[in-house]
Design a binder for this molecule. Structure first.
Ligand code: MG
Length: 378
């Protein structure tokens, strides 16, 4: 079996209603899909978390990585991962090089599954669960005359849809965040988990000041309180507060996560397998976290391909710590507008707050290429 072709699809779709988080406004969503074809006609798909770097990543994949991979056995996933990582190690290790590698790795796992007739979660050692509790990631800012009321109504909507956990954006100023967090907690009650995500908008004193109120309000975790480079800052925030600290969506590979985990910077690591090194590296990061008794709850903000890959990944991770009534593994379900979440022939099922892990071969979902074409960047 040989790899015969590797194609990259940079995609962009405009938003009907722009939204912002603590760092910037979004007027459009982007994605990069990777398609690997083999000599027997098998096709595997991967997803790269890329923001606006899709076209640059497409060049990297098609001009630099594809020549290395053509003619190779796609089932040599670990061998190929190592080859690519080491090829760009002197100037890579993180960022776009690792992102591109992530998409390739996911596509290779899809091919492995389709070739064996097994779902990826089975190939990873088996699924600990066939459905995963989803939490709603939303509550971004939109242009509105009444921001608070808009947020409250949105949060109530998630509860009505069956979500048992909701994550809101903070990082808009400590006092503004406190006003909004209190309002959301009052709107959803104490029976629903509430998480907050600052997307590294704060320094240590501000994060701790907000965190004291988050303790009082009762949040399940405080995500990215400070800048991802500031490991010491993470440690200071974590030591000052009694709520779990989460982070890692802007970190890469087991080597990057080693710094986070071994420093005691976080209670929860959040690798995104579409940027941190793919499914292969995601398993190693989860193993590293478990070895240090840190929870691993992946970041997910991609297309249906990334969502399916993340479901298999999460399905294959045990509860940490194990018990009769463990803290649930949860799947981040992005609720913002994103046309590229609907590119597969069969939708991923969400029922009563849970998402079903696809049980077909590979990713268990088939990309409908005709749905990509309207969004393809030339
Ligand atoms: Mg986040």
């Amino acid at each position: 079996m040989q790899i015969t072709d590797i194609s990259a699809y940079p995609l962009r779709c405009e938003l009907e209603r722009p939204f912002s988080y603590s760092q910037k406004w979004f007027t459009h969503r982007t994605a990069l899909l990777v398609k690997i074809t083999t000599d027997d006609g098998t096709v595997g798909w991967g997803d790269v978390f890329c923001h606006d770097a899709g076209p640059a990543l497409a060049v990297l994949i098609e001009r630099t990585y594809a020549p290395l991979l053509k003619g190779r056995n796609p089932l040599d996933i670990a061998v190929l991962w190592d080859m690519i990582y080491n090829w760009t190690k002197d100037y890579g290790q993180k960022g776009l090089t690792t992102a591109a590698l992530s998409g390739i790795d996911i596509a290779l796992w899809d091919i492995f599954g389709k070739t064996t007739g097994l779902p990826i979660s089975q190939l990873l050692g088996g699924a600990f669960r066939d459905r995963v509790q989803g939490y709603a990631t939303g509550l971004y800012r939109v242009q509105s005359d009444d921001v608070l009321n808009h947020l409250v109504e949105e949060a109530r909507g998630y509860v009505e849809q069956g979500f048992r956990a909701v994550k809101m954006k903070v990082g808009f100023g400590v006092q503004e965040d406190i006003r909004c967090v209190r309002a959301i907690r009052q709107a959803i009650g104490h029976g629903i988990d509430l998480m907050v995500d600052a997307n590294h908008a704060y320094d240590v004193p501000s994060a701790i000041r907000l965190g004291r109120v988050l303790e009082e309000v009762g949040v399940a975790w405080f995500e990215e309180p400070v800048s991802p480079e500031d490991i010491e800052g993470y440690c200071a925030v974590r030591q000052a507060l009694d709520i779990p600290i989460a982070g890692g969506e802007a970190e890469f590979t087991r080597y990057g996560f080693r710094r986070f985990v071994c420093a005691g910077a976080v209670d929860i690591v959040q690798p995104d397998i579409c940027i941190a090194g793919g499914i292969s590296e995601g398993i190693k990061i989860a193993d590293l976290a478990r070895t240090w008794h840190v929870r691993c709850l992946p970041h997910v903000w991609g297309t249906a391909v990334g969502l399916a890959a993340s479901l298999h990944y999460i399905a294959a991770l045990p509860d940490t710590p194990p018990s009769l009534n463990p803290q649930p593994m949860v799947l981040e379900l992005d609720q913002t507008e994103h046309a590229l979440r609907h590119i597969t022939k069969e939708p991923i099922r969400f029922e009563n707050g849970f998402v079903h892990v696809p049980d077909g071969p590979g990713l268990g979902v088939e990309v409908d290429e005709s749905r990509l074409m309207p969004y393809l960047i030339d």
